[in-house]
Design a protein around this ligand. Structure first.
Ligand SMILES: Nc1ncnc2c1ncn2[C@@H]1O[C@H](COP(=O)(O)OP(=O)(O)OP(=O)(O)O)[C@@H](O)[C@H]1O
Ligand SMILES: [Mg+2]
Length: 184
């Protein structure tokens, strides 16, 4: 467990005074997935979860595990690299919209994908949120993934930043529960 981070983290927005930040390190993709499932369990309609990190850092791995938690293990969860968005509609819970905005031409184009509907009643997972510029909602969960070769070949440093009171509270709870489960 560590709270250290790379010198220039990919999420450029420093946490505000009322935001809640939690940093942790994971050793494997499975650990990333298990954290994602816990985030999925506390997410709800109208939530925005932004995934920050370099190519191959594990953004899709995180999203896939979150979709599996909310929509069922049977869902195939391809990377929406070319479609830009993939929609999951579990019968008994909020839809999940999984965006990969790497190929978005400009921030305004997000509205053509139906982003207003997603903000209304879905959980929105957003890879490459930097493409949204000022269209990125302020109340959100930021999840930052950084390679951590000093900790191991499949290790990552993760940082969760809950922005706005709802997410700040939930990040607090996730950290507390994680500490209790780990005994640290
Ligand atoms: N600790 C880890 N967390 C997440 N993924 C890991 C980890 N260790 C190894 N991996 C592997 O790294 C790869 C991450 O690929 P993934 O598609 O999730 O990255 P990405 O950030 O979505 O990339 P892109 O920018 O291309 O969308 C997967 O093959 C995954 O199994
Ligand atoms: Mg991806």
């Amino acid at each position: 467990m560590t709270t250290e981070h790379a010198a220039s983290p990919p999420c450029p927005h420093a946490p505000g005074p009322d935001d809640r930040e939690w940093g942790l390190a994971v050793s494997t993709a499975e650990e990333t997935a298990s954290l994602a499932a816990r985030v999925g369990a506390v997410s709800d309609a109208g939530d925005v979860i932004a995934l920050w990190g370099d190519l191959g850092a594990g953004k899709t791995t995180f999203c896939r595990a979150l979709v599996h938690d909310r929509a069922g293990d049977g869902e195939e969860v391809p990377s929406p690299t070319f479609t830009l968005v993939q929609i999951y509609e579990p019968p008994e819970s909020a839809p999940v919209w999984h965006f990969d905005l790497y190929r978005l031409n400009g921030p305004e184009d997000i509205w053509e994908l139906g982003f207003d509907d997603a903000l209304e009643d879905a959980v929105s997972l957003i890879e490459w949120p930097e493409r949204l510029g000022r269209q990125l909602p302020l109340r959100r969960l930021d999840v930052e993934l950084c390679f951590a070769p000093d900790l191991g070949p499949t290790a990552r440093r993760l940082r969760l930043i809950g922005r706005g009171p709802d997410w700040a509270r939930r990040v607090d709870r996730l950290e507390t529960e994680h500490g209790a489960a780990d005994g640290d």
